[in-house]
Design a protein around this ligand. Sequence first.
Ligand SMILES: [Zn+2]
Length: 108
Amino acid sequence: MAVYQSEKEFLRSLKRFNALSSQQYEWHTGISEKEHDCMFGHAIPSEQLYFKKPLDMEGERKVRVCRDCMEKLVFVTIDSDRHSKNLSEHLYRERHPAQKKILKSMPR
Ligand SMILES: [Zn+2]
């Protein structure tokens, strides 16, 4: 792990990071038989986990980022200061409301 303490922590942040994009343009994980290029200039070897984001509705154009770069990108964008952390949390909650809690607090 480059910047996050654990895989779990990174994936949690990735969900908040994705809340910055509209849903059809979220980042997804990928594993390919082919080699790809990381947007930040690294080679992504075949059979290795990487991240991709569609750039058009058809998904024909994509940006790909290697695992290490993705961690850094997520970290500097949403976890490097309190404001961006709170803002991304807010956006994530807006998109994925904690429904059980809401239902419990509703009057019967
Ligand atoms: Zn990279």
